[in-house]
Design a protein around this ligand. Structure first.
Ligand code: EPZ
Length: 418
């Protein structure tokens, strides 16, 4: 299992180019199952979760051609409308094929995702939404079986709580359902909007993506299209936090500042000078001391839960007490215990974490427990004295493309130990 070795203390200087958003690329790939024609997606990040989704598409019978970051999928015929356990257990987002397969084939069989390090993460809301579109769903032998032999039909979907992949799943089902569908309490994440844009290019009729009510008029068939995935807002925020913790001068290119306004506002509140020197470019410097600030994670456009761990690493270096409240997932503070092993002063109280700073961090052996927790340990390692060894970096490889190479390119002393 690969590890990272980091020697902290070097201010990061220079430019980093952001890749396509993993969480946009995953539903976009699933959407390719909705048509027999070829769909070409640009800026697909070559990370492990994407490779898993490509294997899943191939399992259904689709042909997947990867040329660098350009991926073409042609699902001319679907031989197996199913997501087997082997793939779902390594990536929960496999459940994104449920909606498209049910819509295209009138049936789908998807392994039920198990628990996850950051929370229970059930998919009950995806299932209830598909039932509103006329699917009959039952669970047996660890699989969810959806049946809609006469095809799906439009309906009213009210999500009990906001779910990102749940919204994406039902949106992909609704585009081929007969009649009109309204999705209430829909997720407003940029990734949902990106998916809707792809679907519209494929011939779908969708209004309201990016608001909490999405209206879809079903069409008989979709066709091929070309689409470029949006920049990864979480990768962007991760590198800005990394630059700030080292008191460097870092510029990130190819990002979409509009997609992470709440995070940028917190960086500024903490004393980081963030500027937008050109469209799609952000620059971060720390002119004085870092100040503590409180963070509550929320659905978009609030502060993203996927940036909570990275911001917590930064707040260990801020003067004062920062209170973190995690409202999206029930167990997303595992990084706090590892940060404490590096010298951070963090107290956990249920869904709150109190971070008292500034504390000196010292390099230690730590374990990555999930994707974003691992990123926060990398950030802490960049500011720590001495060597930090991060074990199980396969978690980070799921969602970051060569993070060590990108960081080394701006001066970080980081290397992968295979
Ligand atoms: C998406 O997960 C992202 N994944 C996550 O990114 C992200 O943390 C999360 O949204 C929240 O922003 C992808 O886009 C592939 P949810 P998702 O359904 O859709 C509960 C990362 O690090 N819920 O919006 O699975 C759920 O347990 C990751 O890249 C139900 O109860 O998240 C959670 O508490 C990790 N029943 C809340 O809703 C359901 O059927 C929000 O989860 C669905 C969700």
């Amino acid at each position: 299992m690969d590890k990272f070795s980091i020697h902290g203390g070097v201010p990061l200087q220079g430019e980093i180019t952001i890749g396509g958003a993993k969480n946009s690329a995953l539903p976009a790939l699933a959407a390719c199952l909705l048509t027999a024609e070829a769909v070409t997606l640009e800026r697909i990040p070559p990370v492990r979760d994407i490779a898993t989704m490509e294997r899943l598409l191939e399992h259904t019978g689709a042909r997947v051609t990867v040329e660098g970051e350009r991926v073409t999928v042609q699902a001319e015929t679907i031989e197996r409308p199913e997501a087997p356990y082997d793939l779902v257990k390594t990536m929960r987002a496999s459940s994104l094929v449920l909606g498209p397969l049910a819509a295209r084939c009138g049936r789908a069989r998807v392994s039920v995702p198990g628990g996850c390090a950051i929370g229970a993460r059930p998919i009950n809301l995806h299932i209830a939404a598909l039932e509103h579109l006329g699917a009959t769903i039952h669970q047996e032998h660890g699989y969810i079986e959806a049946q809609a032999p006469g095809g799906l039909k439009g309906g009213e979907v009210h999500f009990d709580r906001i779910t990102v992949t749940g919204t994406e799943d039902v949106l992909m089902a609704a585009v081929l359902a007969r009649g009109e569908t309204t999705i209430h309490n829909a997720a407003r994440e940029p990734e949902v909007v990106d998916l809707a844009e792809l679907l519209i290019k494929m011939g779908a009729r969708i209004e309201g993506a990016g608001t909490s009510v999405i209206r879809v008029t079903g069409v008989d068939r979709l066709h091929g299209a070309e689409h470029r995935i949006i920049g990864d807002r979480i990768e962007t925020g991760t590198f800005l936090a990394a630059g700030a913790i080292t008191r460097g001068d870092l510029t990130v290119k190819g990002c979409e500042p509009e997609h992470l306004r709440a995070f940028l506002a917190k960086l500024r509140e903490a004393g980081v000078e963030v500027t937008e020197p050109a469209p799609g470019v952000l620059r971060a410097r720390v002119p004085g001391k870092l100040r503590s600030c409180d963070v509550t994670t929320e659905e978009h456009p609030g502060f993203a839960t996927d940036l909570q761990a990275q911001f917590m690493a930064l707040m260990t270096q801020a003067e004062g007490i920062s209170i973190f409240t995690e409202t999206i997932f029930e167990n997303r503070f595992m990084h706090a215990l590892e940060l404490a092993r590096m010298g951070a002063n963090i107290r956990l109280e249920g869904r709150r974490a109190l971070v008292a700073g500034a504390t000196m961090l010292s390099g230690a052996e730590v374990i990555a427990s999930d994707l974003r927790a691992s990123a926060s340990l990398v950030i802490a390692g960049l500011a720590a004295q001495g060597e930090t060894i991060i074990d199980r970096v396969y978690h980070i490889d799921r969602g970051y493309e060569k993070i060590e190479a990108k960081l080394a390119g701006v001066g970080a002393r980081i290397r992968r130990i295979s």
